[in-house]
Design a protein around this ligand. Structure first.
Ligand code: KMH
Ligand code: ZN
Length: 279
């Protein structure tokens, strides 16, 4: 198996300090968490940010501030901005961080119930976000909450960019409304991905370790962080994102798999391969 890319998701679009007292909110707090995660083995940061009152925002300026702080604290980490934002945000709001040309950005390819709410991703919007990413040379991470989203990503690429050089997926499992966070889900999802695609997985909430361990066993990559689990173990809140990253890195090394550097991650995820002229 090749090196393991670990992504840290330190903030999330919905989480509050009431739920997770260690949640980073300001650009400095986020950068400090990212630096700790980088030291522990994370090569990529999946980024959401907050406004001055700690509320989720997709504002360009807020992302710019957080990205500047991250660049100072963890200069080599790959920054992957969210285009999902939080439930209920408009397309206009959600697309703002793309203007900053991050190396990577998420792209959820379908609508899904999200607890009692609906995370809306109508197909025409997904196409527009994809085209904007391609125009700016931003590598998409296709976020798939169920099998239909994998098929939609496949269809989108066939229509808009059949010569695309690399596809990368993140399997987000265990969202109430999406596919169950079970080992069997990881196995099935991994089996239907387009040939040659790279993939990571994350289990939301109590499914976190089952999904993580199955992804590791199959040679996939892993995402972890407060966005995905606020607990380190049953009844014990995580105190830093770094401790969640360190556990994954430890398991990988114990089982003979090295942990990818950000440059190795760039290679594995196909960063820099989208946009521009095709050969
Ligand atoms: N907060 C969720 C509704 C993404 O970042 O692209 C969407 C989400 C996915 O977190
Ligand atoms: Zn997210």
């Amino acid at each position: 198996m090749g090196p393991l890319v670990i992504t840290v998701a330190p903030v999330g679009g919905e989480l509050t300090r009431e739920q997770q007292p260690h949640l980073p909110l300001t650009p400095e707090e986020i950068a400090e968490e990212v630096a700790g995660a980088r030291e522990a083995g994370a090569a990529v940061v999946h980024l959401h940010v907050r406004d001055r009152d700690g509320r989720p925002t997709q504002a360009r300026e807020a992302f710019a501030e957080a990205m500047d702080a991250i660049r100072r604290a963890a200069p080599d980490i790959v920054v992957q901005t969210s285009t999902g934002g939080s439930v209920g945000m408009t397309e206009e709001e959600r697309s703002q961080p793309l203007d900053l040309k991050p190396e990577m950005a998420t792209l959820t390819t379908g609508t899904v119930n999200f607890g009692d709410q609906v995370f809306e991703n109508p197909y025409p919007m997904v196409e527009r976000l994809f085209l904007r990413m391609r125009e700016l040379g931003i590598q998409p991470e296709f976020e798939a909450f169920d099998t239909g989203m994998v098929e939609t990503a496949r269809r989108l690429v066939e229509r808009l960019d059949p010569q695309i050089r690399h596809l990368h997926f993140d399997l987000v499992l265990g969202v109430p409304g999406g596919m169950a966070g079970m080992a069997a889900s990881v196995i099935h999802m991994a089996s239907i991905l387009p040939a040659g695609a790279s993939w990571s997985a994350t289990g939301i909430g109590r499914s976190h370790m089952e999904v993580t361990l199955q992804a590791l066993a199959l040679g996939g990559h892993v995402r972890t962080g407060f966005e995905d689990t606020i607990y380190y173990a049953k009844g014990r809140l995580a105190t830093t994102n770094a401790e969640l990253i360190a556990r994954v890195a430890r398991i990988a090394r114990e089982t003979g798999r090295e942990v990818a550097t950000p440059d190795q991650a760039r290679e594995i995820l196909g960063i820099g391969s989208i946009g521009g002229e095709r050969p």
